[in-house]
Design a protein around this ligand. Structure first.
Ligand SMILES: [Zn+2]
Length: 484
């Protein structure tokens, strides 16, 4: 039965409201929602109320729209892939180290996904785009978690990896496999799209541009139009991939995708850091940002994961100045939008050669909320306004991160940690209260920790099986200090 009671949130420091196309701050504001819909945002609600939530002087914001996650695998990389890279492959980890976490069994993917959901929701992601295996069980798990989700099934017909640590081999695409995955993806949509009170939607995820030939991409576009599905693709994320596309097709990855229909307001290009002009890319091929802007393609920025690899967007400011809708995702780990917001802002200021005005807190907060909502075509997400969905996060503000308290958006982007999230509401349902996940008990958290550790430990022990040189994890990724 749908709960249609009216809930009033009061005693706030601020509510981040939305009007006239932008966020604004309402000091000591109130917000009311009925069922899953916000009905009031302002100074004082006068209507009938069934339940009052005391925000305890906290900050009320719209939940984060996190458009790129790999919940079934991402956390398993942790403590392994950092401080690693392949010197002969421009230091990327993609073709050698990322192999190490590939190939988890479905039951292990499900365990990692449980961990991810229990991490991401209390850290304020109320909408998540998940990209991965996407079996029925995984979709059900996400649906039952209470979060709002867009889920794409990995349907890449090929793989790119190294067999010698110095070159990358792009396998001959297995189109039969790719098409069968696309078919499954469409069936998944028919089965689950709009389910769980319209919280779950199914998208397309053809994988990586270098492993997807033109005829496959054209089929992806055809299906996207036919079934009204959004598309995510990894692109512009390594020098090898960039060179491969240029050498094979004679155009930039951006042009390659545009030529094959993988562009537009319904498309997420994830990464695209290594455009011409990036210091790691010596090619001089013009027009990539212009193509992104002209086609209104959304650009997914995951600054923390690539920052760990040693490079950055050069720079976010340039992409924004072209009018590109840049949106944020947590990618692998930590699955915490505050990390991405902070990295996006600070790295941009550095890349701009010392410009503190670049990538302001306002710009970044807009990306993490309104930008993601726009990319998903949702005018009812990423904002707190009457008619919007009741996807709400409340931060405790009486703590060392938030004080002294003046500009809450600057604090969120530059200082605050997600441990100070007190309440998370998705679709009008309270999932976190008083900092506690209401759907996962403390005993269940213990189990999630054990399960993740077990999955990772088994994976680490078997890593030589997937390494071209047959190395152990200690050889591939030495511990920071000797261990006795
Ligand atoms: Zn990704």
């Amino acid at each position: 039965m749908e709960n249609l009671s009216t809930v009033l949130i009061k005693n706030t420091s601020h509510v981040v409201g939305y009007k006239n196309g932008g966020h604004y701050l309402i000091k000591n504001g109130q917000i009311a929602y009925k069922g899953n819909e916000i009905i009031y945002v302002g100074k004082k609600f006068e209507g009938q109320v069934d339940e009052v939530v005391d925000a305890k002087g906290g900050l009320v914001i719209p939940g984060f729209v996190n458009v790129h996650a790999h919940m079934g695998t991402g956390p398993v990389d942790k403590g392994f892939i950092e401080d690693c890279g392949t010197p002969n492959l421009y230091m990327t980890t993609l073709y050698e180290y990322n192999r190490g976490i590939k190939g988890l069994a479905i039951e292990d993917l499900l365990k990692v996904m449980d961990f991810s959901l229990a991490e991401m929701i209390p850290k304020g992601s109320t909408t998540i785009q998940e990209l991965g295996k996407a079996t029925d069980e995984m979709v059900q798990k996400i649906g039952e978690s209470g979060v709002r989700a867009y889920i794409g099934m990995h349907s890449c017909p090929g793989t790119a990896k190294t067999y010698d640590g110095k070159s990358v081999v792009n396998s001959e695409p297995d189109l039969k496999y790719g098409y069968s995955q696309l078919e499954k993806n469409v069936l998944l949509k028919e089965k689950f799209d709009g389910k769980y009170h319209d919280r779950v939607h199914i998208t397309l995820f053809p994988g990586e541009d270098e492993c997807t030939p033109p005829e496959f991409l054209k089929e992806v576009r055809h299906l996207a139009d036919l079934h009204k599905m959004k598309i995510t693709i990894h692109t512009g994320q390594s020098v090898q991939e960039y060179n491969y596309i240029v050498e094979k097709y004679g155009v930039t990855p951006a042009q390659y995708l545009v030529d094959n229909g993988i562009c537009g307001p319904d498309v997420f290009w994830t990464h695209y850091y290594l455009k011409s002009g990036h210091h790691l890319n010596p090619r001089k091929m013009p027009g990539e940002l212009e193509l992104m802007a002209e086609t209104k393609t959304n650009l997914v920025h995951c600054p923390w994961v690539v920052g760990r690899r040693g490079y950055a967007m050069e720079s976010l400011q340039q992409y924004l100045e072209k009018g590109i809708n840049v949106v944020l995702g947590t990618d692998t780990f930590p699955q915490d939008m505050l990390y991405e917001m902070r990295a996006a802002s600070v790295i941009c200021k550095i890349m701009e050669g010392g410009d503190p005005f670049a990538a302001s807190a306002k710009t970044i907060f807009d990306m993490a909320t309104l930008g993601g909502a726009k990319a998903l075509g949702r005018e009812d997400l990423g904002r707190l306004a009457p008619g919007a969905k009741a996807d709400i996060v409340i931060f405790d503000t009486k703590n060392m991160d938030f004080l002294p308290y003046r500009d809450p958006i600057k604090i969120l982007v530059y200082t605050a940690r997600s441990v100070y999230i007190d309440r998370v509401i998705v679709d009008g349902n309270t999932l976190v209260a008083n900092g506690k996940n209401l759907r996962v008990s403390e005993q269940e958290y213990e189990k999630l920790y054990e399960q993740l550790q077990d999955v990772a430990t088994r994976k680490w022990a078997a890593i030589h099986e997937q390494d071209w040189a047959g190395r152990s994890i200690e050889e591939m990724s030495p511990l920071s200090y000797p261990e006795e």
